[in-house]
Write a protein that binds this ligand. Structure first.
Ligand SMILES: Nc1nc2c(ncn2[C@@H]2O[C@H](COP(=O)(O)OP(=O)(O)OP(=O)(O)O)[C@@H](O)[C@H]2O)c(=O)[nH]1
Ligand SMILES: [Mg+2]
Length: 355
């Protein structure tokens, strides 16, 4: 079980461009005054957080990151171009340590930090002209670049929890929508520890899904694997509630749905006095009827309308195995997560304003 994402990288700022040594050439004046310009500044290495990404996966393919170097100064007092800053985007909550393990920066929400500054550009020979020396022959070199080995560390926080009976297809779903490779088998309690998967939505956004062991009736009293795993999804934004409608289990899907919700209520009851507790039974749920490859379209429609009618919930019908309706469902989840993050940001902003 890996809840921490970590990656070691080397960052280097740009060196400053050297100043130029040059003298004006004008007709009739073999050697005019100095006109060597200054070198440009080297690029900084900047870290910026984004709430659209949840992992450090982008840093796993490349270990070295360099900002641009400053350009040399030139004649006519032309200053060299500054080196381009390197802006590295990391998830909110990323911690930057040196290799000794000391925390250098803790990047919380909406932060931007310059971690390494580029070297200053060297002065051109114009700068050194004075009453004594009208024709300085020297210029400054640019300042050196800086290199730093760092470790980026992120504690993964699940946005979505997948709940349901054993064998409902929770692990199959997470294996289809993320790179996670959980064990999948046709016996109950295949999953013994929570697993996290990162789901990419479009090119720049992702969210984290937690697959937890299955719940069964009486879990709050210790039946099956119990309910202690629910603590891993206490802080998620919503639940995907998977219900097996294939009939393979021999149980009634609506009973299953009610049993799981009852266990959530019991979890709340047992934990309500805990400090910083977030109740589960009133968490938004997207209900997903799974294994519809085993049913006729009419049977699927019947289940959908029964769930809608009885519980007033949003219902999707998918086959985690064949992928049927999976993309449309993921889009819905992705949009909900994005909205939830935006609402949280607005909340934070208005709280900050009212302070
Ligand atoms: N026909 C069909 N079988 C499925 C589908 N999704 C999952 N299964 C099968 O259902 C069985 C259980 O799947 P898992 O993904 O391991 O179920 P789980 O909910 O993670 O189960 P636990 O970890 O035991 O709680 C496996 O044999 C899967 O191949 C589906 O859409 N259609
Ligand atoms: Mg499983």
């Amino acid at each position: 079980m890996k809840f921490v994402d970590e990656v070691k990288i080397t960052i280097t700022s740009g060196h400053g461009g050297p100043g130029a040594v040059n003298f004006r050439r004008e007709s009739g004046t073999p050697r005019g005054g100095p006109d060597g310009g200054d070198g440009g500044r080297g690029g900084n290495v900047i870290f910026k957080t984004s709430r659209h990404i949840n992992t450090l996966g982008d840093f796993k393919n490349n270990r070295k990151y360099n900002a641009g170097n400053g350009q040399a100064g030139a004649r006519d007092n032309c200053t060299g171009q500054d080196g381009a800053d390197l802006v590295l985007i990391v998830p909110e909550g990323t911690i930057i340590r040196n290799l000794e393990g000391e925390i250098l920066f803790d990047l919380n929400k909406n932060t931007q930090e310059t971690i390494l500054f580029g070297g200053r550009g060297g002065k051109g020979n114009t700068f050194f002209k004075n009453s004594v020396n009208q024709a300085p022959e020297h210029a400054q070199p640019g300042e050196e670049s800086h290199t730093l080995d760092i470790a980026l560390e992120l504690k993964l926080i699940a946005d979505v929890g997948i709940i349901g009976f054993p064998n409902a297809g929770k692990s199959t779903l997470i294996s289809k929508i993320s790179a996670a490779k959980p064990k999948i088998a046709d016996y109950p309690f295949t999953t013994l520890t929570p697993q996290l998967g990162v789901v990419n939505v479009g090119d720049y956004s992702n969210f984290v899904v937690a697959d937890i062991p299955g719940l069964i009736k009486g879990a709050h009293a210790g039946v099956g694997l119990g309910i202690q795993f629910l603590k891993h999804i206490e802080r998620t934004r919503l639940f995907i509630h998977i219900v097996d409608v294939s009939g393979i289990s021999g149980r009634d899907p609506m009973n299953d749905f009610e049993d799981i919700n009852y266990e959530l209520t019991m979890y709340d009851e047992m934990n309500k006095d805990k400090e910083e507790f977030f109740a589960l039974s009133n968490r938004e749920q997207i209900v997903v009827l799974n294994k519809i490859d085993q049913l006729s379209p009419e049977q699927v429609e019947k289940f959908k309308s029964q769930f809608k009618k009885k519980y007033g919930v949003e219902v999707y019908a998918i086959s985690a195995i064949t992928g049927k309706n999976l993309q449309e469902f993921l889009k819905t989840v992705g949009n909900k997560i994005l909205k939830s993050k935006e609402a949280e940001d607005e909340d934070k902003n208005s709280q900050a304003e009212s302070l």
